[in-house]
Design a protein around this ligand. Structure first.
Ligand code: SAM
Ligand code: SF4
Ligand code: SF4
Length: 379
């Protein structure tokens, strides 16, 4: 077994200046990147802080009391986020996900939700506005978020066994409180709710079946995520990845599944439905999803940009550098300049990290790198 290497280089410090084209780039929703991919999905990280220390994301050894979190003045304000989001929407974004860190730690987040909920897509539809949370504060915040205009939530939950869960969040947080958060979200109508479970071999694969049984038939969609080599601090190893195919087979042996159609282009999860007594998909039993970022790259359809807590645009989860929009914003740029900069950034995009990694021989897939942390750009 190879040793864990945890490089301590702060990739946040390096940034690219956004290209500002001489001729404005018309924001007409027809923007495409170098691989012909449109811009449809924006993930916004509203804080780089979290109250959990999931070992695959913010391991305690690195994210300790000495870790240099961003100062408040570095964070985009809600008004700045909303202004930028408007420009992204003008280029075709339809879906916005608030994330982090733990987004519910950002004070008065509902004010941002309220501002974003008022925005409309190019075809006059309301934004698909959602949020990913560890659920710890959801019971307290569900109603106020719903009232502010949030549509739905995704809750991360890596197991039902309290010991396993406390060990995975590494701050001894009880599973019962997250389950109460999910219930609160369900009661106020923040659905359809999705639950994301990262499967880490040797840590929580015994939770796959209990999780599947627990959420089957509830209307809540459980999605299994392959443990990814994001960031540079989690000491990722390929032998800790449980391929989605194995997770699916494991469930299928106990609770038969059939494949379902993808719900939307660029949808990251492969969908499988539970089979009823007649051998056909039974919608009342619901479905599970598999996000196979490691074993089945989906770069070809990736239509997602990420806006970091301090206003850098990242074109890939595995990017090493982001484009600095905050300085442009705070330097007095008008909307046309901001929009053109976003357009030019997307037009230059050729990222397809997972696809390239999949082409490498197996022994070279475990790359070390100066990548940006997921808690900073948002998962
Ligand atoms: N704190 C919130 C949460 O946990 O839901 C939002 C931010 S978190 C970075 C977003 C998602 O990224 C979570 O579902 C989490 O499980 C996932 N994630 C973090 N590190 C990961 C890794 N190494 N591999 C796969 N998924 C990961
Ligand atoms: Fe926090 Fe989410 Fe990362 Fe866990 S996955 S440490 S809850 S940001
Ligand atoms: Fe998108 Fe990058 Fe992931 Fe490929 S590796 S699917 S380009 S975020």
């Amino acid at each position: 077994m190879s040793e864990r290497v945890i490089p301590l280089i702060d990739q946040r410090l390096s940034a690219l200046l956004p290209p500002v084209p001489r001729q404005p780039i018309t924001a007409d929703g027809l923007l495409h990147d170098q691989l012909g991919r449109p811009l449809r999905d924006l993930r916004i990280s509203v804080t780089d802080r979290c109250n959990f220390r999931c070992s695959y994301c913010m391991p305690k050894e690195v994210f300790n009391k000495d870790y240099p979190y961003l100062p408040h003045s570095a964070l985009l304000t809600f008004e700045e986020i909303t202004r930028l989001t408007r420009q992204f929407i003008a280029h075709g974004v339809r879906k916005v996900r608030l994330t982090g860190g733990e987004p519910l730690l950002r004070k008065n987040l509902e004010i941002l939700v309220e501002q974003l909920a008022k925005l409309q897509t190019l075809d006059g539809q309301p934004l698909d506005l959602t949020l990913t949370t560890n659920g710890s504060l959801l019971k307290r915040k569900a109603q106020v978020l719903k009232d502010a205009g949030l549509k739905r939530v995704t809750v991360s939950l890596d197991g039902l066994n309290d010991d396993v869960f406390r060990q995975m969040n590494d701050v001894d947080f009880p599973v019962a409180d997250v389950l109460e958060g999910i219930e609160a979200a369900r009661q106020v109508g923040l659905g359809p709710i999705k639950v994301n479970m990262v499967v880490k071999k040797g840590t929580n694969e015994d939770q796959i079946l209990p999780m599947a049984r627990h959420f089957r038939g509830t209307g809540i969609v459980l999605r299994f995520i392959e443990y990814m080599d994001v960031g540079a601090t989690n000491g990722w190893r390929m032998d800790e990845v449980m391929p989605s195919r194995d997770v699916m087979q494991h469930i299928h042996q106990q609770m038969p599944l059939v494949p379902l159609e993808a719900s939307a282009p660029g949808e990251t999860a492969e969908r499988w439905g539970y089979v009823g007594d007649d051998g056909q998909y039974d919608p009342s039993l619901g479905e599970v999803g598999f996000i196979s970022s490691v074993t089945q790259a989906f770069c070809r359809d990736c239509n997602r940009a990420r806006l970091s807590t301090e206003g850098k645009v990242y074109l890939c989860l595995f990017a090493t550098q982001g484009y600095e929009l905050r300085e442009l914003l705070r330097g007095g740029a008008n909307d046309e300049t901001l929009s053109s900069a976003i357009g030019a950034i997307w037009q230059g995009r050729a990222d397809r990290y997972s696809e390239i990694r999949a082409l490498l021989p197996a022994d070279q897939q475990q790359q070390s790198g100066r990548r940006i942390e997921m808690s900073y750009i948002g998962g």
